[in-house]
Ligand binder design. Structure first.
Ligand code: FAD
Length: 333
């Protein structure tokens, strides 16, 4: 059985204590959300730290609020996935967010796992997410501080895959995130949070944390997220597609956005496919076929998780076509 190293955990009660805790430690610590990914990683010695700062007791980071006068939704970073799924405001404005959360892990994990932890989830790789003794059998890869990629021999950079299920849909919905630190808050589009670098998937500095997510004009949009995985529970995505557009009675893709998941080191927007769809009917089979082909072409998965890259690439287009078929039938979940 893998054991945690001896740890120190700071449990700040509010923002001020958190900011001073971060300032005292300066570096070499990890922020703890629900711990459903981080603790596993620490048991495998993926992160060389023995110092955690728990965000659990900070009230300001919790909860979901919806301002109907502005059609503006705010989700605190420490909101659990179960709370997200149960929130009336989400059910009323954009149930697809709850549906995406339901595809993550399983209920006991979702009771603990947070939205912030999902957005800050580390990239994954078959050669990285292993115990220290297993990893010693191969040369240190880029993600472990070495100079090779064990998944793609000859690659010049880390190709670990981005596998968090909420970000693609939230990006398609034009979500913004607020990052806080001792110098104050800044709000940026979620898409700009991700680097596409497998070794460091987001732009957060060590003295910063994710405080909340906000989305405008939610109820005017329609969105869907579909993922390919081997089992219907407990499995990370092997490929994923998020689609959002402005709802309209004509059944056309108005201002569509399409984001791919789990086929690169970050979520990727595919404007070529969105341009093909823009203003076209759900029923236009040629358009749907062309957009699916553009998605297939943009997806470049590598052999770093449990399914063949060619199959994951193919699944991207199929997931998209299935989504559109659900829209046509009016049966989307
Ligand atoms: C069996 C199993 C199956 C899983 N399946 C899926 C799946 O299908 N899809 C999926 O997306 N995930 C999956 N997960 C991963 C994980 O449970 C979720 O991604 C979860 O939402 C992570 O949230 P957390 O609060 O537990 O994050 P933690 O484990 O606490 O943290 C994850 C990372 O985020 C950082 N972090 C956390 N909160 C903040 C913050 N507010 N500001 C800055 N940094 C922060 C941490 O420092 C850490 O680096 C699975 C996990 C397990 C164990």
């Amino acid at each position: 059985m893998l054991k945690l190293p001896p740890l120190t955990i700071l449990r700040p009660q509010n923002r001020d204590e958190l900011i001073s805790g971060i300032a005292d430690r300066q570096s070499g610590f990890k922020l703890l959300g629900g711990g459903t990914d981080l603790i596993n990683g620490m048991k495998k010695r993926l992160y060389p730290t023995a110092s955690l700062i728990s965000l659990k007791r900070i009230r300001e980071l919790k909860g979901i609020t919806y301002d109907s006068s502005r059609d503006h939704l705010t989700i605190g970073a420490m909101t659990t996935l179960s709370e997200l799924i149960a929130a009336p405001a989400i059910a009323k404005t954009q149930a697809a967010i709850a549906d995406a959360a339901k595809t993550i892990a399983a209920p006991p994990i979702r009771n603990q796992a947070t939205v912030g932890g999902n957005l800050c989830l580390d990239t994954r790789c078959y050669f990285f997410n292993q115990s220290r003794s297993w990893r010693k059998l191969a040369p240190d890869c880029f993600k472990c501080g070495g100079q090779v990629c064990n998944a793609v021999p000859g690659a010049k950079e880390c190709r670990a895959v981005f596998s968090a299920d909420l970000p693609p849909l939230l990006i398609a919905l034009n979500a913004q995130i607020t990052i806080d630190s001792a110098t104050g808050e800044k709000t940026i589009p979620l898409i700009d949070f991700y680097t596409g670098d497998g070794t460091k998937p987001n732009i957060l500095h060590e003295n910063e944390y994710l405080s909340r997510i906000s989305i405008d004009n939610l109820s005017a949009k329609k969105s869907l997220y579909r993922k390919f995985r081997l089992r219907k529970a407990l499995d990370f995505p092997l490929a994923g597609v998020a689609l959002a557009f402005e709802s309209n009675p004509e059944g056309t893709f108005t201002n569509p956005q399409i984001i791919l998941n789990a086929v690169a080191s970050g979520p990727i927007a595919i404007p070529e496919a969105a341009t093909i769809l823009a203003g076209k009917s759900f029923n236009d089979e040629e358009v749907v076929q062309n957009a699916a082909a553009a998605l297939n072409a943009a997806a470049k998965p590598v052999a770093n998780v449990g399914s063949k890259p060619f199959y994951r690439k193919k699944m991207v287009g199929l997931l998209f076509k299935k989504m559109v078929a659900e829209l046509v039938a009016g049966q989307e979940a």
